[in-house]
Design a protein around this ligand. Structure first.
Ligand SMILES: *[C@@H]1O[C@H](CO)[C@@H](O)[C@H](O)[C@H]1NC(C)=O
Length: 310
């Protein structure tokens, strides 16, 4: 059976059952997927690893895929959230569903029917047999650009008191990536590349995003999608790259000091907490930023499938 691993920004991990039984693959700007010949639990040889890709990538929002592995914890917590909001008495928070449910719903609609049979609305991309095998340099560029985004996200959180609850949560990645980048350069004798086009573009978009408190909902959408993509499908990319390029070595990028599910639950609660104060319009601003968040993150993943020029 053909099996596709989640590449990329695996988004709102609050997937319900839509993906549980379906093989997963990533569709990003370039309509690319990582096929592998065996199930995710067995180790496929690196030589069978290819990233199928259509070139050049179309200028549509990058559509990214969600991990199938993340489902039970999140749907349970989303039910718990629903129940807890149903019980309360009269505040704004009782009027709206959890913001992460809303974000999940819009993310699902950005998937194709094939990826999400019940909720997907996007057209399936035309697939071709053309493949791109990522090199050490491609992966290094991906890490360098990813780090540039985490730097901005952390800066914004550290400098805005309204976002104080998102400081030092344990999901930060800049120091880990710094170590990985240095290690990659040393190990494979590579020159550290400067931040590429994908990273520069998305970083500057983020940097100018929060001009006033009104822009916080939009920022939270980007914050959530970027971190949680990495906490879900991003880890699958890491496993694939580890096998393909690093002889099984695990980068610091994929190591957290706490249990990942605990970390995710903690940050999700903080997102719900901040969203409780939002009006319907503010919630819409948050939800409406999803396509841009996909696009920004997807462009960086593009280094791995030949879809982003440096
Ligand atoms: C969100 O997007 C919808 C559909 O494009 C639009 O009608 C609405 O005005 C947007 N809402 C906000 C608050 O940006």
């Amino acid at each position: 059976m053909k099996f596709y691993h989640a590449l990329a920004l695996a988004l709102a991990s609050s997937t319900t059952d839509a993906f549980v039984s379906s093989p997963s693959y990533a569709v990003m700007g370039g309509g690319c997927a990582i096929p592998s010949s065996s199930s995710s639990s067995s180790s496929s040889s690196s030589s069978s690893f290819r990233i199928a890709c259509r070139r050049p990538p179309p200028p549509t929002p990058a559509l990214l895929f969600m991990s199938t592995a993340e489902t039970s914890e999140s749907s349970a917590s989303s039910i718990a959230r629903r129940q807890s909001t149903e019980g309360g008495g009269g505040g704004i928070s009782d009027v709206f569903p959890p913001i992460l449910d809303e974000l999940r719903d819009v993310a699902m609609r950005l998937h194709t029917r094939e990826q999400a049979p019940r909720e997907g609305r996007a057209e399936s991309p035309v697939r071709s047999t053309e493949t791109h095998v990522p090199t050490h340099m491609d992966y290094l560029r991906f890490l360098v650009d990813s780090r540039a985004i985490y730097v901005v996200l952390e800066d914004i959180v550290n400098n805005n008191d309204k976002l104080a609850k998102f400081r030092k949560t344990g999901i930060e990645r800049t120091e880990e990536l710094e170590r990985d980048i240095a290690w990659m350069c040393d190990k494979f004798d590579l020159h550290r590349p400067s931040v590429g086009n994908a990273g520069t573009t998305y970083a500057s978009e983020l940097r100018t995003m929060v001009k006033s408190d009104d822009d916080i909902p939009e920022f939270i959408c980007h914050y959530y999608n970027y971190y949680f993509a990495h906490l879900a499908g991003g880890r699958m990319i890491g496993k694939q790259m580890s096998k393909l390029l690093l002889d099984g070595e695990t980068l610091e990028f994929y190591k957290w000091r706490e249990d990942v599910n605990d970390l995710k639950a903690k940050v999700k609660d903080q997102i719900e907490e901040i969203a409780k104060q939002w009006t319907r319009e503010e919630r819409d601003k948050c939800v409406n930023a999803t396509a841009d968040a996909f696009k920004g993150g997807g462009a960086i993943n593009g280094y791995l499938y030949g879809g982003s020029a440096h």
